[in-house]
Every structure is written in C-alpha cells, then in structure tokens.
Design a protein around this ligand. Structure first.
Ligand code: F6R
Length: 609
C-alpha cells in the first residue's frame, strides 16, 4: 500500500512526481506530499486527503527543482493528518516509505532516549531520524542508508533525499515493489510501472534487500551490505495509453467495458487457434508431475479468492483432481500440512498481496510446487513461483477488480482443461468444445454490457434498499459472493453473498420488502434446485432481481427485474453473470455520490498483512 515516486534529472521534478502519484493513487489516498531539492534546500508540501488537495497547494505555491520524492498514503501508523503525511523530514533528510516498520516502538523509545524530538505518529519519521543521524556522522548518504537498514524490521520500500547531497537519491526495499525507470536524461523510481511508462519502457526491478544509488548521470545497484550487483534492464509491454480513462467517467467503467477484449487477449498465448487446443508451455516440463498430482491448493484474497472458488469447481469437475481453496490471510495460521504430490496456485492481480505471497513462500518451504496466476508481470509472486501463468488483462487501475477477475477465470478454465487433458480426463473433442466456448465468450460479454444503461437508470431506485442478498449455486455461488463484495466496497451498503441452498439455515430471516435479493440462476445442472430456493425466499416477500438464461419465463415470473444472459455451457456462465453485478455496484455507488475508483478506506495493492 502507499505509492511512492522519486525523480532525478528533470527540471520539472514536481510535475513528474505529481503525475506519477496520480497513477498510484489506487494504492492509498489518505494524504499526499512531495519534497523537492532545489540545489540548495529541500522544500516540502503536504496535504491531507486525496491528491487533488496537494495539487491545489502546489498550483498556488509550486516547488522547483530537478530532484524530488513524493508519496500517496494509506495510513497504517497514525491517522490521516497532514502531520503524518509523507515525506517526513528530519534535519536535512527527507524520506517516503511504503510498508510497516515492525520494531517501531523500540526505535521510537531509543530515539527519544537519545534526545530526538518526534513530530508525527508514523514509523516513517523514525527512518528519517536514523538516516539523518548517520548522514551527520558520515556525510555520505549511501553509507548512512547502509548503516540504518539493519535497524529496520518489517516490510518497507523507501526513497531518501539529503539536503547535503543535491544530486543523489537512494532507494531500498525489503519486500514492497520498487522499480527504476531509465528515461532520457532522468531516472524515475516508483512503486509501480504506471508512474514510469509515460517516460520510458526500460525498467529494472529491485528485489528484496536491494539498494539503488542514483546520482546525476549514473546509477548503481547494491545488496543491503553495499556489494555491487548486476541488474538486468527490461523492456515492459504496457503502454502509456493504457493508463488513461479514454473518455469514461471512471477507470472502473472503462475496465468493465474492456473485458471482452481483455478476455480475448488473455486466451491468446494459451490457445492454438488452428487445432483449437490448449497450450501451456510453462507447464510442459511438469507433465509427469501433473499425471501424479494428488491435490491442488488455491490461495488468494478478495476478488481473487472468489475466482479461486470458481477455479475449484472447474479444476475438480474437469480434471478430477481434488482441489481446496483458502483465504490467504488465514491459510498459514492453520499450519497446513501440504500433500507432497500437490500444486499450490496463487491468484493475484497485483502479485504483491502480502498474505498471498506468504502462502506461496510457505508452500515452497514445504517443498510443494507453486504456480502463480498474476496480472502484473515481474511482481513478487511472478518472480518467486515455479510456474508462471498470466491474466494478460492489461493495466487495472480501478481499486475494485473487474477485468483481472474475468481474465483469471479464463486462465483457470484453460488450466483445468490442460490438467484434465494431461491426466486423461478430457477427450480431444471436449478440449475443442472448451476452447470454442471460451473463444465465443467475449462476444457474449458484449451483449451483457448493454445492461449498463439499465443500471444507470435503476440505480436511483436500487440505492434505497436497506441491503442486498446475492444468491447462487455451484459455480455461480462465488459470483454471488463477488457481487456482494463489489456492492460493499463501492456503495458501502450491507450486502451478503450466500449459497442459495443455505438460505433455509438462517439467512431467510433477513428477507423482507426492503431487502433486494439478487439471484444468479442460469440454466445448468443446479438450476431446478436454485429456483426452489428462490421460491422459498419469494414466498417471504423477497424483491428479486435475477440473472438467468435468455427466455427463462419461470425465473422471470419470480422477479421484478430479469436480466437475461445468452445460453452458454455451465463453466461460461460466471463470465456473463458477473458483468451485471459489476455494473449494479458501480451505478449504485455513483448514484450515492461515492468515488467509484477510490472507495473509502481501501487500496488496490495490499502489501501489509
Ligand atoms: C476487490 C478487490 C480486492 C482484491 C484483493 C486481492 O474488488 O480488488 O478484493 O481482489 O485485494 O488483490 P490481488 O488480486 O492483487 O492479490
């Protein structure tokens, strides 16, 4: 969480940093700030709340200089006040930080005992104090950082400036992502490539326990103990245009509408169009392991957890291999004993979610093969897993995940098909049918996107319900959970997702005329059971909005609003059913006046536990 950007070499450091922070605001928006070296002094400006408040301040009082750092905050230590906003500045040292310093209390006591005055409630200020003390002793910024790093426990990515060193910036990380971009005559360091792509596609990733020292015309990468290391400069494929809103009022709406194209792109690398077969080169050298696979684990968080739940149905039904899905934040605390011949899959848009990463590491410790399904290439999970598959969803900026969810579903379908094929559970004609149905899905999705207009109008009425109950069965149960999560996070309304068959075990008591019931019941093998569950709710006054297969009069008659989706195989229904739910949440949130792209209290990349 928190977004950090640093820039050295451009006259307009402020402009580069603020523009970069805008692309990183998804990581936190409690406060923001910049510190810029003008060759003589470091000047700082900070503001509480969203970046726009800082921009206003900087418009009135710009800060000039060609070296600077900036930060957008997701508060961990201390409330979202200007006093706690980064950059923190002690003596001539200015610091921005993403992460948490776990030995914060001990360091604070030690600094106070040594006579330091502490100004904020943050852990970051302590880093500035420690480096300032060392800069004074050594008059060398890099050495000062080297001496402070061993004092810091926890996860951190830090950028440092020093007033005495007008042409230098030092950055270091112990976990959270940090990248250096090599643009013409300037260096940009940031938490995410989004802040860098407008200037260059040439980047290098800092790995855990690495430091970069950037000077006017040169740079050097080191390990924590300052041993020089060689770093590969890579070219990234994402473009600056992907970071724009392209005329949509929200990134999320743009991303919802991009889903058909994103899904088509996600399939491309894994499908042989001529033979209509699945190809997964990343798995080819593991074919014998797959044949003897006894257990699959999927571990992930939030929306990625729900795609994992869909994956559980897909993998078990298609491949016949037992599959278990876990919430990453719980997984390691039940001390799991993983089966030897197993595969642990982590699903993560960002590839950085702290709990999911910890699950991957636990599996590796137990000698279990790991597979990551990420959107962000070169992310920590991507780098640390044995096998890599990609969502290929393109840049996702809206805090609420949409197209990454769709793309992870498409890859999970292919993975289930691939494992089924390898272990003899899928015939060639079944494989062709699966591929064909996936290739046809994007155009079906286009037709479902027309519900945008319906929800834009219905939102005024829907926002007055006291709560929403989302119901589904089988592969549509996780879709119900995802629908409820989206409404909670965007509209801040009470919403719950339930397996429809569970209603009679308690939740039926919630039903009255003020409770909207969103039923996801396309025609599949659980359809009849789902309809009887719905009838029970309807008999108790449920106000039903349903998503079902085209021409389903039975479901239509039970509903105030019936939203039809094309008739498709059971495994394709989730792709189509989730779209109306995304649109419902977006429009209700918008009707309530909420910021759809930046819901309160949230951040996109959750790099803290
Ligand atoms: C909800 C949402 C979150 C993320 C979760 C995991 O719309 O976006 O629930 O799905 O924080 O993030 P990743 O997939 O990056 O691990």
């Amino acid at each position: 969480m928190c977004g950090i950007v640093g820039c050295l070499g451009r006259e307009d450091a402020q402009e580069v940093i603020v523009k970069g922070l805008k692309t990183l605001e998804y990581r936190g928006y409690d406060s923001a700030g910049v510190a810029i070296h003008n060759g003589e002094f470091i000047n700082r400006s900070r503001a509480r709340g969203k970046l726009v408040n800082l921009e206003k301040k900087l418009n009135e009082e710009p800060i000039r200089g060609n070296l600077g750092i900036g930060h957008t905050r997701w508060a961990t230590h201390g409330p979202a006040t200007e006093k706690n906003a980064h950059p923190h500045m002690i003596g001539g040292v200015s610091v921005v930080h993403n992460g948490i310093i776990e030995n914060y209390a001990e360091l604070r006591d030690e600094l106070i005992a040594g006579g330091s005055e502490i100004y904020s409630d943050t852990d970051t200020e302590l880093i500035a104090h420690l480096i300032n003390i060392k800069v004074k002793q050594t008059n060398d910024l890099l050495t000062a950082v080297k001496e402070v790093i061993p004092r810091l426990q926890g996860a951190y990515a830090v950028l440092v400036l020093s007033e005495r060193h007008p042409d230098e910036m030092v950055a270091f990380t112990n976990g959270p992502p940090l990248l250096v971009g090599f643009a013409e005559k300037s260096f940009i360091v940031a938490s995410d490539m989004l802040a860098i792509v407008p200037y260059t596609k040439n980047i290098a990733y800092l790995s855990e326990n690495e430091v970069v020292h950037i000077q006017k015309d040169s740079y050097k990468f080191y390990s924590n103990d300052l041993k020089p290391i060689d770093k590969k400069i890579e070219e990234i494929s994402w473009s600056a245009e992907q970071v724009e809103k392209s005329g949509y009022p929200y990134y999320m709406l743009k991303e919802i509408f991009e889903q058909p194209r994103s899904m088509a792109k996600s399939l491309e690398p894994y499908i042989n169009i001529e033979t209509q077969s699945i190809e997964m080169p990343a798995l080819e050298s593991y074919v014998s392991d797959i044949k003897s696979l006894e257990q699959i684990y999927i571990v992930s968080c939030g929306t990625s957890f729900y795609s994992g739940m869909v994956g559980e149905y897909l993998l078990e039904k298609m491949s016949g291999v037992s599959c278990k899905v876990d919430i990453a934040s719980e997984f390691r605390y039940r001390s799991p004993k993983l089966v030897k011949n197993s595969l642990l899959i982590v699903i993560s848009q960002s590839g950085e979610t702290a709990d999911t990463l910890a699950a991957l590491r636990l599996a590796k410790e137990q000698g279990v093969r790991t597979l990551s399904l990420c959107n962000v290439q070169h992310s920590s999970m991507d780098r640390e897993s044995d096998i890599q598959l990609y969502m290929n969803a393109g840049v996702e900026i809206g805090v609420a995940s949409t197209k990454a969810f769709i793309c992870s579903l498409s890859i999970l379908n292919l993975l289930a098909g691939y494992i089924a094929k390898v272990n003899g559970n899928m015939k060639p004609e079944e494989e062709r049918a699966l591929v064909k149905s996936l290739l046809a899905t994007p155009s079906h999705m286009e037709s479902v996107l027309t519900y945008d207009k319906f929800f834009a109008e219905a939102a005024e009425r829907l926002k007055d319900y006291k709560g929403f109950l989302y119901l589904g069965r089988g592969v549509n149960f996780p879709i119900a959970l995802e629908g409820a999560l989206k409404l909670k996070e965007l509209a801040y309304m009470h919403a719950e997702g339930y397996a429809a068959g569970e209603m009679k075990h308690g939740p039926l008591a919630l039903i009255d005329e003020q409770m909207a019931v969103v039923m996801i019941a396309p025609k599949d093998d659980l359809y009849d059971k789902a309809i009887s569950n719905l009838e029970t709710a309807k008999a108790r006054g449920a106000q039903v909005i349903s998503i079902g297969t085209v021409n389903d009069e039975r479901l239509k008659n039970l509903s105030i609003n019936f939203l039809s989706i094309p008739e498709v195989p059971w495994n394709i229904n989730p792709f189509l059913a989730v779209i109306p739910l995304q649109l419902l949440s977006l429009h209700v949130a918008s009707a309530l006046g909420h910021d759809v792209d930046q819901p309160r209290n949230l951040a996109k990349s959750v790099t803290v536990e």
